[in-house]
Design a binder for this molecule. Sequence first.
Ligand code: EPZ
Length: 418
Amino acid sequence: MDSFIINGGKQLKGEIKVSGAKNAVLPLMAAALLSPGESIIENVPNLIDLKTMSHLLRVIGARIEYNEGRLSIDASNCNCFEAPYDLVSKMRASIYVLGPLLGRFHQATVSFPGGCAIGSRPVDLHLTGFEKLGAKIEIKHGNIIAECKGGLKGAEIVFPFVSVGATANLLMGAVLAEGITTIKNAALEPEITHLIDFLNAMGAKIEGKNTNTLVIQGVKELKPTKIKVIADRIEAGTFVIAAAITKSPLKIVNCNPEHLQALFTKLEQAGCHFRIEGDTVLVLPAEVIKPVDVVTEPFPSFPTDLQAQFMAYMTLADGVSHITETIYPDRFLHAAELNRLNADISVKNGTATVSGVKNLSGAKVMATDLRASAALVLAGLVAEGQTTISRIYHIDRGYDKIEEKLSNVGADIQRIIM
Ligand code: EPZ
């Protein structure tokens, strides 16, 4: 298992380019199953999770080619409507094939996703949503077995709370359902807006983009299309915090600043400033970091996927901050690892209390999940001495060559290949 060794305390300088968004590519890849023919997705980063999704689509019978950020998916010859345990257990987003397979082939078997390091993560909203659209669903031998003879039928789905995954999955099913589907309390995340653009370009009829009510008029068939993936707002946000925590005036290029407003607001409260021009953000970091409270919520509020990284920043604030997680109340495994680096964090009932310290100090730590690993990298960049982060396969799931991007702006970070 690879590790990172970081010698902290280096000032960073220059530009970091943001890659395409993992969490946007995953549903687009599943959506490509909705039509025969070759769909093209451009600006695709080279990430483990996307390789896992490619593997799954190949099992289903799609032909996949990936070359320098261009992903081609030909779903003409799909003949196996199954997502097996070994792939679903590696990546929960495998559940995204349920909607397209039910929509186009009227059947799907998907291994039931278990828990993971950030919490229990049920899929009940996905399943009750498909039942509303007329699917019969059985859970047997650890599998979700779903079928809808004659196809899905439009219906009204009202989510009790916002779910990105359930919104995407139901959208992908509803586009080929007979009649009209209404999804209320739909997620507003940019990755959902992007999926709607892709589906509509395939010939779907979805109205209500950027609102929480989506109205889908089912169509008989879809055609393949081409799309360029939006910038990864979580990768961009991680680099913005890298600039803030190292007090370096970094330029983050190729991002969409509109997707980062909640982060900018909190960093401004901490004392940072930003110069935004088009798709470029120049971060002007705070000299003294003011403590700021954060509550994670669905978009456009503060994202759970930047909670760990923001916590790393707050460990060096001049005072006490509180970080409350409402999406995954157990997503705090990074707190104990940050404490190994001399942070002072205690967690109780879904809220972390972070008492700022003067300095972090390098130590051996362990990555527990994707964003936790990013938080440890950020902390390692400013910790005195050497930080070794083990189990960095987590970070390779969602950050394309993070060590290369950070070394290019002056960080002392090295991958040790075991
Ligand atoms: C997506 O997960 C992202 N994953 C996550 O990114 C992200 O943290 C999350 O949205 C929230 O923004 C992908 O896009 C592949 P949800 P998803 O359904 O869709 C509960 C990362 O680091 N829930 O919006 O699975 C759920 O447990 C990650 O890149 C149910 O109870 O998230 C959570 O508490 C990890 N039943 C809340 O809803 C359901 O059927 C929101 O989850 C579905 C969800």
